[in-house]
Design a protein around this ligand. Structure first.
Ligand code: GDD
Ligand code: MG
Length: 346
């Protein structure tokens, strides 16, 4: 079973964190998104993933192995961005022409039951089956109306006026191979604006309503919400420190990646995620924050309600105010005071 992940685009809504890190490598409770997506797809029977990327994604090609979570990974590289449908056409040979396959946006964290979704796709013989989720505000998404059989009757992308339904496109689809050749080649094509409306007109699109969790982490606020809610849901895991020692205090829920080093009398948590290889200095405090890998927080520094990118150095006795975002690979000199809601980039 094949699955194509749409992983191009510029991730502008995740800036400045995305300036030095592709979206697919953002940690979701300490695990790179690509790995958490691979685990999810593989649990539904996908054994081969195609990453549809632009030429800008060199970093991704370097950092993603040929196998992730037991799934083989192939790249399909666009010379120029081809939108959300163009990459499917470009990858036609990799997708094959015999079996239906999955397509997913590259910013989805969810437990959509893709096995059952595929079974329904085969049962209804639709050309496309689209997963839907219910949200409070549908305006940033693709709004969808269905009939009582679950056939999609209307699809409208980012329509501020479409308030007849709270059901939106979850960005996860099963497509039949016959669709691929109907996508024009050599130009940017939008699934949402060109392909889906046509399928809907022909009554060829079926809905799969998902009731579990679902996040599009493509905006920083949603990225933070996804991490917090998933962290709260996690059972205490093996490897999670059980008790405080050496004056260190770890308040649950928190996640500590491998090779995390906590100094004496440091305080971490609650609601804090330290990715792999993070160092927290003596007497430092990190609360309610997400810290990307290889970052070091100096002694007596205080970090609260913030997102800190990878390989950041926060000097000792610095204070990072509530709601701040610090781009990857920066150094904050010792003794700095970063005011609340700051965004720090190069
Ligand atoms: N390969 C490639 N090439 N991928 C692209 C390109 C491109 O030119 N442009 C966008 N993508 C990828 C993005 O990286 C992302 O993973 C996915 O396509 C969707 O683009 P977004 O920019 O994240 O779209 P959105 O979140 O505003 O809306 C989409 O997702 C919503 C659900 O999260 C739409 O599909 C909506 O209908 C949907 O509700
Ligand atoms: Mg998105």
């Amino acid at each position: 079973m094949r699955g194509l992940i749409l992983a191009g685009g510029f991730a502008t809504r995740l800036r400045p964190l995305s300036c030095s890190k592709p979206k697919l490598l953002f940690p979701i409770v300490g695990v790179p998104l690509v790995e958490s997506m691979a685990r999810w797809l593989s649990s539904g029977g996908v054994d081969q993933i195609i990453l549809a990327v632009n030429h800008l994604s060199d970093r991704l090609k370097i950092e993603v192995d040929q196998r992730v979570a037991g799934v083989t990974v192939a790249f399909s590289v666009e010379e120029t961005p081809l939108g959300t449908a163009g990459p499917i056409r470009l990858a036609a040979n990799l997708l094959g022409k015999d079996d239906p396959f999955f397509v997913t946006n590259g910013d989805i964290v969810s437990d959509i039951d893709i096995r059952r979704m595929l079974a329904m796709h085969e049962e209804t013989k639709a050309d496309a089956t689209i997963a839907l989720v219910s949200v409070r505000d549908p305006s940033p998404y693709g709004s969808v109306l269905t009939d009582s059989n679950g056939t999609v009757k209307k699809f409208e992308e980012k329509s501020a006026f479409f308030s007849a339904t709270s059901l939106v496109n979850a960005g996860v689809y099963v497509l039949s191979p016959n669709i691929v050749r109907s996508i024009p080649s050599g130009r940017s094509v939008s699934l949402e604006k060109e392909v889906f409306p046509k399928l809907v007109r022909n009554g060829r699109m079926q809905a799969w309503i998902h009731n579990g969790f679902w996040y599009d982490i493509g905006r920083i606020s949603e990225y933070v919400r996804a991490n917090r809610e998933l962290l709260e849901k996690q059972e205490p895991r093996a490897g999670e420190p059980e008790a405080s020692q050496n004056g260190r205090e770890i308040l649950r829920p928190s996640y500590l990646g491998t090779q995390t080093r906590l100094g004496a009398d440091s305080k971490v948590g609650p609601l804090t995620i330290l990715s792999d290889n993070v160092t927290v200095g003596d007497e430092a405090i990190v609360r309610n924050s997400i810290v990307f890998e290889e970052t070091s927080i100096g002694e007596k520094a205080i970090v609260e309600d913030s997102v800190i990118g990878e390989r950041v150095v926060i000097g000792k006795e610095s204070r990072i105010g509530h709601g701040s975002i610090i781009a990857g690979q920066l150094s904050i000199p010792g003794g700095s005071s970063v005011s609340p809601n700051s965004v720090i980039l190069y």
